[in-house]
Ligand binder design. Sequence first.
Ligand SMILES: Cc1cc2nc3c(=O)[nH]c(=O)nc-3n(C[C@H](O)[C@H](O)[C@H](O)COP(=O)(O)OP(=O)(O)OC[C@H]3O[C@@H](n4cnc5c(N)ncnc54)[C@H](O)[C@@H]3O)c2cc1C
Length: 307
Amino acid sequence: MPAEVCDEDCDFAVVGGGIFGSVVAACLRRAFPREFTVVVDDGAPGAGSPPAACLMKPGWLSGLDRREYDSAVGLLRELYSTEWLDFRVGTSVTRGWLLEKIERLPPSRFVLRTTPELTFPDYNFKFLVGRVLGFAANDALLVEREDLRTTLKVRRATVFCTGVFNPAPKWFSGLEVRPLWGASFLHAGAPRHNEVRLWAPYRQLVGFSTQVGGPTWVGDGSSIIEKNWGAEKLAASRERCGDFARQLGAGDEAEVRVGARPYVKSKRGLLRQLHGNVWYCTGGAKNGTVLSAVLARELVGKLGGKL
Ligand SMILES: Cc1cc2nc3c(=O)[nH]c(=O)nc-3n(C[C@H](O)[C@H](O)[C@H](O)COP(=O)(O)OP(=O)(O)OC[C@H]3O[C@@H](n4cnc5c(N)ncnc54)[C@H](O)[C@@H]3O)c2cc1C
């Protein structure tokens, strides 16, 4: 049972270091460079971001117009590193963005997995591995970390980017986030080419090289409601993706990543002021990468900043 209490403070706290939390934190850092931002993430199994390919394509998004899409992609390109990828689709070629370095730059949940605490003084920035349990007095956050309970006093704003996880129903009443489950498979070998192939109406297999020489990311776009998701569905997805990977020449062995996409009513995701200086920002469904930038820009504006 955690015993010790140690207090910290910050200007901005971001709860959740998935794609939304990472992009929100990066935007806060950019808009308010003098303010200190802390990201807290508990590495929960089933988060949506670890299996994601971070691919973006305008045609995938009906909730955004082209101007908003381009502006969001422009912002992501300034914050991270993006790359055009060509995919074979039947006999033609289509292009999509790949946000390739979201994993490597701070802030990122993937960094968090390896170490309990990381400070980036040049960025005025810190990651903590921990679970936010609720609020202590004065909107400070109560954070459980290994054998510690700490409070994190927040001067300007707290932003919950918690995906399908609802830390406490009473804070989030009326905010419906539906988890739709899926998986991706990382095959060790390199593909002969990148490809998108229909396997059922509106269902696409996607296989592409994440870097020269492999590995190959493969997914089938399955998005399955919680009560229907399980070992059988995962095995079917694995078989489908495995066959595809073999046809692409990417080999048999695969690392399996399972996660839930956060779906909300609006196709544009959900940004809401819960109360005072507490915000909620999530709901990427299948397009979390570009929507995170749309909402992060909006949030920064509401907090009086400019990107
Ligand atoms: C197989 C698959 C492929 C996908 N491919 C793409 C793609 O190519 N392009 C695209 O744009 N989107 C893709 N997506 C969708 C995308 O992954 C989601 O839209 C996105 O990950 C949602 O991000 P998030 O940050 O809101 O949620 P999450 O990634 O779930 O992050 C929430 C984080 O909050 C943390 N957390 C929750 N509660 C607490 C708490 N109390 N205290 C501390 N931490 C907490 C969790 O540990 C988690 O890390 C894909 C999804 C899947 C499953």
